[in-house]
Design a protein around this ligand. Structure first.
Ligand code: PLP
Length: 371
């Protein structure tokens, strides 16, 4: 049976059907309806954040947060991420400055941030990549010292907590993605969390064309509102998300048992003080040490109807749309990881038997090496 890199979490058909039934009575389908308001409130509680602004998707949430902050100049960010992070910066007329990543957990290497700061730097946009918590304390110190905004791309970090705090409470704002492929989904959707009530107000207007009231449009906004069908899906999925994360934990532990101490394979470290969400299971394959390349591994799995992804390859700074605009940025660790990483299948619906089978195929490629 085919196994994809992930499989979306869904409530039962009956649960969702029941949830959307009232929409046929109210005919209130979008524009901050009752489900939208309820979901924002419940997500605030779940994520342990003071304010949640819901969006049509995570990308628009990030793009509009940068717009609302009226930033200009350079933004320090990571190239080891999904295209969205860098596009959101560039589409706001800002200049991304690429910081290299940590060799262990693949988040921005905080010790390399300060050397990138110039008098044009306005903000830092780090990514909690794979749900790994960035060096939030060090980033906060640097940002305070230099008067910079910090906007986290927390697209992978739904439900992650650090030292008992919701991950969305760090920095000036955080963006979450509720895309179908993420740990928690609203089909398509996203949110911004922040303790800044003024920012929430700006976002409310921007995602609704900049409309302040019936007669006043005071921002050049767009349409990025979450609709009631997505909010209803979100309310259903929120009831099950802890159980889903629990299932992911078992999958992750099984992978760790098989792949945790194999020469040439690097997996994520367990992080102290972190409530993890087990969003992804990346493995960095060193061909010389392991005996086979990541392409060999991907091909072998594909022969068996198992589909993995090269997340994240290429680096955003090397994407075709940017030509050689960012060619000067030197990020050797990000290059190294990007050229060797595979994300293995990970979802709540995977069984330990599946994981055993997948790992058996990977380990069969060691060419007789013993560890
Ligand atoms: C998924 C993702 C996004 C964009 O979220 P959408 O909801 O798909 O728009 C942004 N950044 C990262 C790192 C992501 O993985």
């Amino acid at each position: 049976m085919r196994i994809n890199v992930t499989r979306s979490s869904m409530p039962s058909f009956e649960e969702y059907a029941e949830a959307i039934r009232p929409l046929w009575e109210s005919a209130w389908l979008t524009n901050m309806g009752p489900y939208h308001e309820e979901l924002a409130k419940r997500l605030g509680e779940y994520l342990k954040v003071p304010n949640v602004s819901l969006f049509v998707n995570g990308h628009m949430a990030l793009e509009m947060t940068l717009q609302a902050m009226e930033l200009s100049g350079e933004v320090i960010t990571t190239p080891f991420t999904f295209a969205s992070t860098t596009h959101a910066i560039v589409r706001n007329g800002l200049e991304p400055v690429f910081c290299d990543i940590d060799r262990e957990k693949f988040t921005m290497d905080a010790s390399k941030i300060e050397e990138l700061i110039t008098d044009r730097t306005c903000a830092i946009v780090p990514v909690h990549v794979y749900g790994c918590v960035c060096d939030v304390e060090e980033i906060e110190r640097i940002a305070k010292r230099h008067g910079l905004k910090v906007i986290y791309d927390s697209a992978h970090a739904f439900g992650v907590e650090y030292k008992g705090r919701g991950i969305g409470t760090f920095g000036d704002a955080s963006m979450f993605s509720f895309h179908a492929t993420k740990v928690y989904n609203t089909i398509e959707g996203g949110a911004v969390t922040t303790d800044d009530a003024g920012l929430i107000d700006s976002l409310r207007k921007l995602k609704d064309f900049g409309i302040k009231d019936e007669e006043t449009v005071d921002g050049i906004g767009a349409n990025a509102k979450m609709n009631e069908f997505c909010a209803a899906m979100g309310l259903c999925n929120l009831r099950h998300v802890d159980e889903e994360i629990g299932k992911r934990r078992l999958v992750s532990e099984r992978y760790r048992q098989h792949l945790g101490s194999i020469r040439g394979l690097q997996i994520l470290p367990k992080q102290d003080g972190v409530r993890e969400n087990y969003a992804y299971f990346p493995v960095v394959i060193d061909e010389k040490e392991f005996g086979s390349s990541r392409q060999d591994v991907a091909d072998k799995l594909k022969e068996n109807d198992i589909y993995v992804r090269k997340y994240f390859y290429p680096l955003t700074s090397r994407m075709q749309c940017y030509g050689d605009r960012f060619a000067a940025w030197h990020t050797p660790v990000a290059d190294y990881v990007s050229e060797r990483v595979l994300t293995l299948p990970m979802s709540a619906s995977l069984t330990t038997d599946d994981v055993d089978r997948i790992c058996g195929m990977i380990l069969s490629l060691r060419e007789g090496r013993a560890d």
